[in-house]
Design a protein around this ligand. Structure first.
Ligand code: ATP
Ligand code: MG
Length: 399
C-alpha cells in the first residue's frame, strides 16, 4: 500500500549550532499551527527534512499533485522551509519501486502534460537493500521508458527528475515548490508594524517576519475621511501578512480628531512630519503595552518628502524603541515583486484613500530643520494627542 506524504526541506535553521534544537522546535510548532485546517496530520523531522503525513485515510489534500497544492503552498509559507515536494511512500523490493514510480509518473504527467524528458536519481539509506543506487536508477529508468512511450531520458536538462529514496520505507517524488526560506517566526522578539493600505508596509512586515519576528500591527484610521473600505483593506492586508507571520493583533487607532487638530494648528508644509512623529509615539506606547520590542515601517529612502534622511531623523527622535525599516535601501520595483509574490499587490492597489494623502500638503518640506518642527508643534499638545490615540476608541482585531 502506498500513501502520499509531503517532504519539506529546512534551510538556514540547519546552520544554527547550539541553538538548532530551539529553532527546529519552533519550526515544527509553526507548521502544526499553519496546517491545523488540513485534517489530522503527523509531522516529524529527521536530519534537515520534515515529513508530513495524513493520519486519516482519504484526506483529499494528500490525494493528487493537484489536490496537494493548497497544503504544499501553506507549507512553503512557513518561514524556515526551503522547498516542498509531494512524495509517494511505500514498502517493498525493486518491483514495488518500479510500480510505484510508474504510478507516480502517471499522476505527474496528468498534471504536467508537456513533460517529455526525465532522469532518475537515487539515494540509498538502507544499505541492506540488494541493489546499489546506480543499479536502481538504471532499472527504474528502463521501466519508465518502457511504460511511457512519449518520455525519453535527458541527463543534462530533463523536464523532471524522478527521485527514488530507499530507506526504512521507499519514496519516489519529482519536482519541488520553493519555500519562502528565512527563520521560524517566534525565534526573535515581537515587532509592531505600522500597517497602512499601501504596497510597502505589508512587504516590510513580511520581511521582518522572515527573520523570525512575530508581528502585531497598528493602523491609523481617520473616519470618515478614510472610509470603512480603506479599513477593510488594511484588515485584508493583515490577513495576507499573517499567512506568513502567524497570529497577529491589529490595533486600529481613531486618528480623526488628532489629525484635524494638526491641520488646524500647524503649518501645512510640515503636516506630514508632525503626523508621522505623533503616529510613531502612539505606536510605541501600544507596542510597549503589548510586549513588542521594535517598530517596523515601510519607509524607503527618498521615496517621498517624508522619507528624506532629514525627515527620517526628525521623526526618529521622538521614540526610544528601534525602528526597523527593511525597505530603506530597496528599489520600488523590487518591493512590488515581493508584494506580488506574497499575494498582497492586488489588495494594496485598491483605490481607497489613505489618511496621509488626504491631509497632505502640496509642497511639503523635504529638508526640515529643528527650528521648523519646533515651530510646527508649538501650538499642539502632543502629549495629549498621544494619550488620546492610545486610550480613546482603540480597537483590537484578532487576525
Ligand atoms: P505604504 O506603501 O506602506 O503606505 P508609502 O510609500 O505610501 O508606504 P507613507 O505613506 O509615507 O509611504 O508611509 C510610510 C510608512 O508609514 C508606511 O510604510 C507605514 O509603515 C506607515 N504608515 C503610513 N500611513 C499609515 C497609517 N495610516 N497607519 C499605519 N501606518 C502608516
Ligand atoms: Mg502610504
Amino acid at each position: 500500500m502506498a500513501t502520499n506524504v509531503i517532504l519539506a526541506r529546512m534551510g538556514e535553521v540547519t546552520l544554527k549550532g547550539l541553538n538548532r534544537g530551539r529553532f527546529e522546535a519552533q519550526l515544527m510548532n509553526n507548521l502544526r499551527y499553519r496546517l491545523r485546517s488540513f485534517g489530522k496530520v503527523s509531522i516529524f523531522q529527521s536530519q534537515s527534512r520534515i515529513w508530513i503525513e495524513s493520519k486519516e485515510e482519504g484526506n483529499p489534500y494528500f490525494e493528487t499533485e493537484e489536490s496537494a497544492k493548497e497544503l504544499m503552498t501553506a507549507v512553503t509559507q512557513v518561514f524556515g522551509i526551503v522547498s516542498v515536494s509531494l512524495a509517494r511512500k511505500f514498502q517493498g523490493d525493486i518491483n514495488d519501486i518500479d510500480r510505484n514510480a510508474e504510478e507516480y509518473v502517471k499522476n505527474l504527467l496528468a498534471a504536467n502534460p508537456s513533460y517529455k524528458t526525465f532522469k532518475v536519481e537515487c539515494k540509498r539509506g538502507n544499505k541492506k537493500f540488494p541493489m546499489n543506487s546506480p543499479m536502481i536508477c538504471e532499472e527504474v529508468g528502463a521501466w519508465i521508458l518502457e511504460h511511457f512511450e512519449n518520455l525519453s531520458v535527458d541527463v543534462h536538462n530533463p523536464d523532471f527528475i524522478l527521485h527514488v529514496e530507499v530507506r526504512d520505507d521507499n519514496y519516489v517524488y519529482a519536482g519541488k515548490m520553493m519555500g519562502h526560506r528565512g527563520l521560524p517566526v517566534g525565534t526573535a522578539g515581537k515587532g509592531m508594524l505600522l500597517l497602512s493600505g499601501g504596497i510597502d508596509s505589508p512587504v516590510a512586515g513580511y520581511m521582518m517576519a522572515s527573520r523570525g519576528m512575530p508581528i502585531d500591527a497598528v493602523y491609523f484610521h481617520s473616519f470618515p475621511y478614510t472610509s470603512e473600505q480603506a479599513k477593510q483593506k488594511v484588515v485584508d492586508l493583515a490577513k495576507i501578512v499573517s499567512r506568513f507571520s502567524g497570529r497577529m493583533n491589529l490595533y486600529i487607532v481613531d486618528f480623526t480628531k488628532i489629525q484635524l487638530d494638526m491641520v488646524k494648528n500647524s503649518p501645512h508644509d510640515m503636516l506630514t512630519i508632525v503626523m508621522r512623529r505623533v503616529m510613531l509615539q502612539i505606536a510605541e506606547q501600544i507596542a510597549k503595552k503589548n510586549d513588542c520590542k521594535c517598530l517596523i515601517t515601510g519607509e524607503s529612502l527618498g521615496q517621498v518628502a517624508s522619507q528624506t534622511l532629514e525627515a527620517i531623523s526628525i521623526t526618529n527622535e521622538v521614540v526610544d524603541m528601534p525602528i526597523l525599516r527593511p525597505l530603506i535601501g530597496m528599489d520600488k520595483e523590487a518591493t512590488v515583486k515581493i508584494s506580488r509574490d506574497i499575494g498582497a499587490f492586488e489588495t494594496s492597489i485598491l483605490p481607497y484613500e489613505d489618511c496621509c494623502t488626504i491631509f497632505v500638503a502640496k509642497h511639503p518640506k523635504t529638508h526640515p530643520k529643528h527650528a521648523d518642527i519646533e515651530e510646527a508643534e508649538k501650538n499642539l499638545d502632543i502629549e495629549a494627542m498621544v494619550k488620546q490615540g492610545v486610550e480613546e476608541n482603540l480597537e483590537v482585531i484578532k487576525i
